[in-house]
Design a protein around this ligand. Structure first.
Ligand code: T5A
Length: 212
């Protein structure tokens, strides 16, 4: 079976990093070779860009620079890690991908969708995940969870209205592409969220097997 790309998305404190470890074990237990990565980041260049773009002391970053930095990291990740892995037939699980740019830089910062779509075509090489798990929960709940982790980074320091727009944008994308997205209610107990995420993977694998 050929490789495939799975992304995990959600607002702040949605539980992506927490669920990712379980998903990794769940997928690998089925004998699949899996690469796990994150955005922004995942390569030496991408991790440097991550440090820069999330640096809380870096004020007055314009929306255009932020968008381009996200895509600079993504362009490198696609070419250095994701495409080669998919071509080998491996699977890739990424903590965020281009939907995050539509939600944060599009919904949150008001960057035009067409501009992001253009970048997606050339910088991300037109690559879209085969499956996207959207961990969705009320903004305040997610922020309360994220706050427990300590000092917020530059983006985490945004106002609640920014994250309302991010959430609305994610949900709108999921509703528009129900074949690719699975919305997981992550306001529930962690065990329930994990089970729902693993069940979505099982369903996806079953559909792939029956299609091949
Ligand atoms: N960004 C990224 C853009 O603006 N554009 C882009 O194109 C991209 C790719 C970095 C930032 O970059 C922005 C978005 C982000 O602001 P990130 O590293 O994914 O992206 O950062 P965060 O969204 O901040 O992700 P986090 O890793 O901080 O949050 P998670 O992973 O969603 O949450 P997690 O797992 O760390 O959980 C948070 C806390 O809640 C607890 C956990 O134990 C933890 O303490 N928790 C639960 N508690 C109770 N019940 C549950 N069900 C729980 N699940 C988790």
């Amino acid at each position: 079976m050929s490789g495939c790309l799975i992304s995990l998305e959600g607002g702040e404190g949605a539980g992506k990093s927490t669920v990712l470890a379980d998903l990794r074990a769940h997928i690998e237990a089925r004998g699949i070779v899996l690469r796990v990565t994150r955005e922004p980041g995942g390569t030496a260049l991408g991790e440097s860009i991550r440090d820069l773009v999330l640096d809380g002391s870096m004020q007055d970053v314009c929306a255009e620079s932020e968008l381009l930095l996200m895509f600079a990291a993504r362009a490198q990740l696609v070419r250095e890690l994701i495409r080669p892995a998919l071509e080998r037939g491996d699977w890739v699980l990424t903590d965020r991908f281009t939907d995050a740019s539509y939600a944060y830089q599009g919904g949150g910062r008001g960057q035009p969708k067409e501009r992001i779509a253009d970048l997606e075509r050339w910088a991300a090489d037109g690559l879209r995940p085969d499956l996207t798990l959207l961990l969705d929960l009320p903004v305040e709940m997610g922020r309360a969870r994220a706050d427990k982790r300590g000092v917020p980074d530059r983006i985490e320091s945004e106002q609640a209205e920014f994250f309302d727009r991010v959430r609305a944008s994610y949900r709108a994308r999921a509703e528009k592409e129900p074949g690719r997205f699975r919305i997981i209610d992550s306001s529930r107990e962690l065990a329930e969220v994990r089970d729902a995420a693993c069940a979505a993977i099982d369903q996806f694998m079953a559909a792939r097997s029956s299609a091949s």
